[in-house]
Design a protein around this ligand. Structure first.
Ligand SMILES: [Zn+2]
Ligand SMILES: [Zn+2]
Length: 820
């Protein structure tokens, strides 16, 4: 007697070795039939012993390959057809949804192949198998098959072809399978490298006759040795990676890091580094178990780690920026002179990190190699830490195309390490960190996106949520899936908008989404808002902080009214002012502004973001103009010129060009400027980050915020500011002041949340917004809420910062779909 079944498997089951797994499983069970990729996932038909057939769906669940994410296995009985063997059939395309795996870091077996001199992939920079390698970055369309990827231009050699067809081989149906002879190869342009190593546009289209393993292996080794020599000589290289270009240099060489910063015009923001192993990372940073697992895992994000020792170099970054602004118009180079002024180089150990890798910070972003090329390069530089930062000029999207990189990055890079496997989708490195035992995303991109985030409902209308302006993502919702795009960047220029639109059309095509409803931020000037409104579809405007809170609660599947704390830098309020210190009582359909920080003037608007000293004077004048003359405001007065002081006072008294803001992020900036941490910011939030970095963890005292009025309650910083000025006047140090301020923010947040919960009649408190990237605030508020008997909710799969806004917009638009 013969049994038969048709089994549908949904989830991430393509590009993860699923069909070979099914093939081998069926054969080991003595079953005949077939398996193929469809647009819904994988379809299996098996026939044979009825008991074995009946157990097969369970076996598929239980034994699925490590990179697969099986969401459902549905089995229906079939009439046996009398198959004589088990085969893998051609893929079928249809109108339904399929999921593709994000990219996967090089697996240990492939690494072993590359390092074994006898192996034919020894030293091969594009080694991969069904358990590892590029996926979404090379995909052009679905289902995931080689002709639908940028590997289609490489014809497999007989040996690779044999592996690809051999069900017992690790590379059976590994779509990017390749070797020295037939696959992508490396090129080195510039820096004095010989012409025959250089990539040219013609190179891409030409097949290469006469390639042999030996000649290619030698060429690749020569090329990598030259690239390594350049790096060790202090030069800046543009390196083509998985989802885009990196700019790389020796992280121990201050001149090299300085040159990179100067050319990229990135003054203060920390640079990520790559190190070969976790042991090497421990040389510079503290690494906990969870952090080690993230560093060594298959997603390989940048992990933010606590630096050992002090955080040097803030002065150098400032000196460099100032010097550059001074000299930019006349000369080109400012690095050497400002370095000698800072004069810190001589006291460092030979392999110490250059001070300007992460100036003024207690954290460092670190990643381990995640492609074969990275492993080979790390080897070639002898494990030297390398800066690996996005290959772009500040504010532009990361470069992905060879010709584009050669044009755009030539003012920055001395040479280019290129390859001829084209990148189809732009992906920055993801950034994560661990706070009080839980993993948090800071930037969700390579390795994470486009894996869908579950929706707590099933939407029949397809929704596009356009996202905010900063840390932009969009979100496409269909059925129970939300496809939140990878981090696209700050949508402040035409290049980023273009990258956004291109990524959006790819997502729409790939995940077969045809939006019939759009959601947008209320800020009328955001490019994303204008774009959303230009589509001519029914549209829902969503308040920025409401989107933050809906995003958190939807991820937890909570549709009831909850208390939401949204602390960030900027969000357009329903009254036209800038919000950012908000306590809402909200569900998905709407919100009540239960409490907010007292609004204060932001002299000069956006100029106050770049100059925290301005924000500090806005804070003082917003409370009481007389505070400006307080002895404790001496540091602030010193950081402002006389004419600036006069202007700021006039602006404040007459309310000129001084929009009001209730932003918590700006309050942090203002306090940092008052305490003398920083008068000018090289990037948004820098002052607040440095203020956090120097907080004394042993300090228990706290300043005090007053709670004034009702509906809404106003969180008034006046008593906090007065006590802080008194501390400054009596010479209390910045690290004590920082701790007392942080403690006060934590205490008042827990207090207001408790009041709001009493009003709302619930216990859940959703936390969102960039201010919660602050470890002291997040850990303190969480612990305080728990102690008060409340339940803090934070994101698990999305960042706390504006990277979560598009998902929240989609949820609110769905909840309001019948009103538009
Ligand atoms: Zn592998
Ligand atoms: Zn080959």
């Amino acid at each position: 007697m013969t049994g038969a079944a048709r089994i549908q498997v949904a989830g991430v089951v393509q590009g993860v070795g699923f069909r070979p797994f099914v093939y081998n499983l069926a054969r080991s069970r003595g079953l005949n039939g077939w398996v193929n990729n469809t647009s819904q996932g994988v379809t299996i038909v098996v026939e044979g012993d009825p008991e074995v057939v009946a157990a097969f769906p369970d076996d598929v669940w239980r034994l699925a390959p490590p990179m697969a994410v099986v969401q459902s296995v549905a089995s229906t009985p079939e009439t046996p057809e009398g198959f004589s063997d088990f085969e893998i059939r051609e893929s079928e395309a249809s109108g339904d949804l399929t999921l593709v795996s994000p990219d996967i870091a090089t697996c240990p077996a492939c690494l072993a192949d590359m390092t074994d001199p006898a192996n034919r992939r020894h030293g091969y920079a594009f080694t991969n198998c069904t358990n590892c390698g590029p996926r979404f970055t090379i995909v052009e369309s679905l289902p995931y098959d080689r002709p639908a990827t940028s590997m289609k231009s490489f014809e497999m050699c007989p040996e690779c072809g044999a592996e690809y067809r051999d069900p017992d081989d690790r590379r059976f149906h590994a779509q990017p399978n390749a070797c020295h002879v037939c696959g992508p190869r490396l090129y080195l342009n510039g820096g004095g490298a010989p012409e025959d190593l250089a990539w040219t546009p013609a190179e891409a289209a030409t097949p290469l006759p006469g390639r042999t393993r030996d000649s290619e292996e030698a060429r690749s080794a020569d090329l990598l040795a030259r690239a390594a020599t350049m790096l060790l000589d202090g030069r800046v290289l543009a390196i083509k990676g998985l989802g885009g270009f990196h700019l790389a240099c020796d992280a121990t060489n201050e001149d090299a890091v300085g040159a990179l910063r100067e050319r990229k015009r990135r003054w203060g923001k920390p640079l990520a580094i790559m190190l070969p192993t976790v042991d090497a990372v421990r040389r510079y940073c503290e690494v906990g178990d969870e952090e080690q697992a993230l560093l060594e895992g298959t997603k390989r994000p940048i992990v933010l780690l606590k630096l050992r020792g002090n955080a040097p170099g803030a002065d150098i970054a400032d000196a460099r920026a100032a010097k550059w602004h001074e000299q930019a118009e006349t000369t080109g180079s400012a690095v050497a002179s400002c370095l000698s002024e800072a004069g810190v180089r001589d006291v460092r150990a030979a392999d110490a990190l250059a001070p300007s890798v992460a100036p003024g910070l207690a954290e460092l972003g670190v990643m381990l190699p995640y492609t074969p090329l990275h492993h080979l390069l790390m080897d070639a530089v002898g494990g030297r830490p390398l800066v690996m930062t996005s290959g772009n000029l500040s504010d532009e999207p990361i470069a992905i195309d060879n010709a584009e990189a050669l044009a755009r990055l030539s003012p920055i890079a001395d040479a280019f390490l290129l390859h001829d496997r084209e990148i189809r989708q732009r992906y920055d490195d993801s950034v994560v960190r661990v706070v009080a035992g839980s993993t948090e995303l800071v930037r969700r991109s390579r390795g994470y996106a486009p894996f869908p985030i579950a929706l707590p409902f099933d939407t029949d209308v397809h929704i596009l949520a356009a996202g905010p302006e900063q840390k932009s993502t969009f979100c496409l919702a269909r059925g129970t899936h939300a496809f939140v795009s990878q981090h696209i960047g700050d949508m402040e220029n035409a290049e980023t908008l273009e990258a956004y639109e291109r990524t959006l059309s790819l997502y729409e095509e790939m995940f077969r989404v045809e939006p019939a409803l759009v959601a947008y931020d209320l800020h009328p000037e955001y490019l994303s808002t204008k774009f959303a409104k230009s589509l001519g579809l029914p549209a829902v405007g969503v308040q920025h902080h409401h989107a933050h809170i809906a995003s958190v609660t939807a991820e937890h599947g909570i549709s009831d009214k909850v208390v939401g704390i949204a602390y960030d830098g900027t969000g357009y309020g329903t009254d036209g002012t800038i919000w950012g210190g908000e306590v809402l009582i909200a569900d998905w359909t709407g919100f009540e502004r239960f409490a907010h920080l007292r609004p204060v003037p932001m002299p000069g608007g956006a100029a106050a973001i770049r100059r925290p000293a301005r924000m500090a004077s806005g804070l003082l004048s917003g409370i009481d103009e007389g505070l400006f003359d307080h002895p404790g405001a001496a540091i602030l007065r010193e950081s402002l010129t006389n004419s600036e002081q006069a202007t700021l006072r006039a602006m404040a008294t007459q309310g000129l060009n001084s929009p009001l803001t209730s932003s918590m992020g700006r309050l942090f900036d203002a306090v940092a400027a008052l305490a003398g941490v920083r008068a000018d910011a090289l990037y948004e939030g820098q002052a607040a980050i440095e203020l956090e970095a120097l907080a004394d963890p042993g300090e228990r005292a706290a300043y005090h915020f007053a709670l004034v009025g009702d509906s809404p309650v106003v969180i008034d910083p006046e008593p906090m500011v007065c006590a802080l000025l008194a501390d400054l006047a009596s010479g209390v140090g910045a690290s004590t002041i920082s701790a007392r301020f942080h403690n006060a923010v934590v205490a008042v947040t827990v207090e207001v949340a408790s009041l709001a919960c009493a009003r709302a009649g619930g216990r859940h408190v959703a936390l969102a917004g960039g201010v919660f990237m602050n470890r002291i605030v997040l850990a303190g508020v969480r612990a305080g809420l728990v102690a008060a008997g409340l339940v803090p909710l934070a994101h698990r799969e999305l960042p706390m910062n504006d990277g979560d806004v598009s998902y929240g917009q989609a949820v609110v638009a769905w909840a309001l779909r019948d009103t538009v």
